[in-house]
Design a binder for this molecule. Structure first.
Ligand SMILES: NC(=O)c1ccc[n+]([C@@H]2O[C@H](COP(=O)([O-])OP(=O)(O)OC[C@H]3O[C@@H](n4cnc5c(N)ncnc54)[C@H](OP(=O)(O)O)[C@@H]3O)[C@@H](O)[C@H]2O)c1
Length: 337
């Protein structure tokens, strides 16, 4: 049998700021046969998530840092090309924790089989019907706990997580304000997703004044995707007993020494609750979340944007687009079959 070569992008050194080609390098390695109980996937889609930047650093995180020399960890979705498990046949499609690589070898026990025949575009299982949709669903409903009539503010609102948060909040009967980094994104939020207001944080000037104008009755739930100055502004706009769901702090991920929030005292002043979470906190409820998200999607109540970029060799520059906002919705790399 001809030897299969696996192209990988691996962590050669830890980035101090924005990752570069010094930090993430390419190599071609022979693909080893699967071990007992293992399956080899030919990856079709690789999910690009801001969290990967955190795993590139060795700061304490909710999962282990990527070891130097290892391929960069990512969620992947691929087709089974070899299987040593009775649960997977060649040709099946499955999701796995994998890496920035053409082939992923993983224990069958860690794979999620997907039904290709359901007519759902496969990439959605990495986005609105996958980890990002679930993050929005559990983070908003379980941590933000929105009630009808309340005001929900969400940052990175046109992104993969934020756009789903805002739409679910609308379905709960809330007034929803989104913050995003371009006029096009803001228009999409209000005109197509039904947000009540959108703030272009790159042009609005004073964040506090802009939030107060868009949310004149104050903020009851702030879904924080960005941290930094936007979090500080949101803290000044909270109502009594507000909830801050801390999902991510993308504005700090490439900063060596990011400043902490300076307005945290407002949590005392407003008897507010600040709670961080990761989607993994809700692992045992994923089936429920995916079921509900799929129902909303089929009913046309949940809209999404995704940006699919072809070619494993484009993976690093594409990943970096998460940090300048030039991505539009869920960002994935496709490796065409
Ligand atoms: N807790 C969890 O389990 C969990 C799971 C998934 C994701 N997350 C977090 O959720 C957040 C969003 O992730 P995502 O996958 O949905 O990404 P995304 O929103 O699709 O893409 C990232 C967006 O963040 C915005 N952004 C980048 N740098 C920024 C800055 N300095 N200030 C303000 N906005 C900035 C950009 O949009 P603009 O054009 O609007 O600037 C960019 O498009 C991230 O913080 C991520 O780490 C957490």
């Amino acid at each position: 049998m001809t030897e299969i070569i696996n192209r990988q992008y691996f962590l050669a050194s830890r980035p101090g700021a924005m990752p570069t080609t010094e930090n993430v390098q390419c190599r071609d390695v022979p693909l080893a046969p699967p071990g007992p109980g293992e399956v080899i996937l030919r990856n079709l889609y690789i999910s690009l998530d801001p969290a990967i930047r955190g795993w590139m650093s060795d700061a304490p995180n909710y999962i282990e840092p990527i070891a130097l020399g290892d391929a960069v960890r990512s969620s992947v979705l691929g087709r089974v090309v070899e299987s040593n498990s009775p649960d997977f046949a060649v040709g099946d499609v499955a999701m796995s924790v994998g890496a920035w690589e053409q082939y992923t070898t993983a224990p069958a026990a860690g794979l999620n089989k997907l039904d290709e025949t359901a007519g759902i575009p496969l990439s959605l299982f990495l986005g609105a019907l996958g980890p990002t949709g679930l993050t929005a669903y559990f983070g908003l409903l379980e941590v933000g706990k929105p009630r009808a009539g309340e005001t929900v503010l969400v940052s990175a609102a046109a992104g993969a997580v934020g756009s789903v948060v805002g739409q679910i909040a609308k379905m709960q009967g809330c007034r929803v304000v989104g913050m995003a980094g371009s006029e096009d994104k803001c228009r999409w939020l209000t005109d197509e997703l039904g947000f009540d207001a959108a703030i272009n944080y790159k042009t609005c000037g004073d964040y506090v004044a802009a939030i107060q104008k868009a949310a004149p009755e104050g903020v009851d739930v702030y879904f924080d995707n960005v941290g930094g100055e936007i979090l500080d502004a949101a803290l000044l706009c909270l109502n009594q007993f507000a909830r801050v769901a801390v999902c991510g702090w993308i504005s700090t991920y490439n900063e060596a020494n990011p400043p902490g929030p300076v307005n945290l005292w407002q949590v005392v002043a407003r008897s507010a609750t600040v709670q961080g979470f990761t989607v993994l906190d809700y692992l045992d409820r994923f089936a429920e979340g995916i079921g509900q998200l799929a129902e909303w999607l089929m009913a046309g109540k949940l809209k999404y944007r995704e940006e699919i970029v072809d070619g494993l060799d484009n993976i690093l520059p594409t990943f970096l687009r998460l940090f300048d906002g030039s991505n539009s919705g869920k960002l994935v790399i496709r490796i065409p079959e």
